[in-house]
Write a protein that binds this ligand. Structure first.
Ligand code: B1M
Length: 236
């Protein structure tokens, strides 16, 4: 029952009372606002209305994160808000993940990502991983302080399409070249798309170390990664 002193605009939105279109739009807003509980609730309502897991993923979550990514790129949203949005998305993903693997819906691709040896900065890397999950990737995050051996072990284990490396220190960024040189030496460089990122890097550095692309930020990584995987698939 509505409290007589409550203005209509203050009334709580009951997600279950919205039609499908309204609910999806509301979920885009809730994702933008980082409201995890609402995203989990919206996800379960759509599933209960017989939406397939991949339709919920693409239309409600991925589309919502795409909007977040654009505003992050344009400087309208900042890191804390994007982390909250990504965390809310994770709530929905937890419900969808088992269903997606059950129905055999394939991710766009797989990515192994980690911060390089000597470097413990991980906020940016985590954000990239979450945005890539939002873009439909299966992401294997191997954490911080990764040696050549750690990267190789992860590539061997997960067989990703993409290897992503992060570095935040001018002293650790050259290690990316050590990893890529070893990939060349072992004849596996062309088996993977290599993306690099981190505040002190730039495009020139990316080219110099032999990466396929340097990603300025998480939003750009979420654009570049699917485009590169699709281009590679198209080339066979
Ligand atoms: Co450190 N730190 N820090 N630090 N730290 C910096 C990087 C620094 C610039 C600060 C400064 O002096 N102004 C400086 C580096 C100087 C340099 O080398 N040029 C620095 C230093 C010196 C250090 C220590 C050496 C300090 C000391 O102990 N004397 C030390 C090093 C420890 C080590 O790693 N061995 C150190 C430690 C730390 C903390 C532990 C305290 C903490 C890290 C906490 C954590 O990550 N869990 C920390 C922090 C928080 C920072 C700053 C303040 C913020 C970094 C951050 O998270 N940014 C940073 C100053 C700054 O950058 N303003 C600084 C937010 C994040 C979202 O952005 O990481 O750039 P970013 O990620 C972006 C893009 O770069 C890109 O997308 C992300 C999202 O859009 N991206 C990728 C990143 N990785 C990618 C990978 C990809 C694609 C894109 O793969 C495909």
């Amino acid at each position: 029952m509505t409290d007589q002193n409550t203005h209509p605009e203050d009334e709580e939105i009951i997600l279950a009372e919205l039609d499908d279109g309204e609910l999806v739009e509301q979920m885009h807003e809730d994702l933008y606002d980082g409201l995890k509980e609402e995203i989990v609730e919206g996800t379960s309502i759509l599933l209960a209305r017989n939406w397939s897991a991949d339709k919920v993923l693409n239309e409600a979550l991925v589309e919502g994160m795409r909007i977040v990514g654009i505003d992050f790129r344009d400087g309208i949203l900042f890191v804390p808000e994007v982390l909250l949005a990504a965390n809310a998305m994770k709530g929905g993903m937890e419900l969808l993940r088992p269903l997606l693997s059950e129905t055999g819906v394939k991710p766009i691709g797989k990515m192994v990502i980690g911060t390089v040896k000597g470097d413990i900065h991980d906020i940016g890397k985590n954000l990239v991983g979450m945005m890539l999950e939002g873009a439909g990737f299966e992401v294997f995050d191997i954490g911080i302080n990764n040696s050549v051996e750690d990267y190789f072990e992860a590539m061997e284990k997960h067989q990703p399409d993409i290897l992503g490396m992060s570095a935040l220190l001018t002293t650790t960024m050259p290690y990316m070249k050590v990893v890529i040189d070893e990939m060349v030496k072992q004849g596996i460089r062309d088996d993977y798309i290599v993306l690099v990122g981190g505040a002190p890097l730039n495009e020139e550095f990316g080219r110099a170390v032999g990466a396929d692309a340097y990603c300025r930020d998480a939003a750009q990584a979420a654009d570049v990664a699917p485009a590169m995987v699709r281009a590679r698939q198209a080339r066979g």
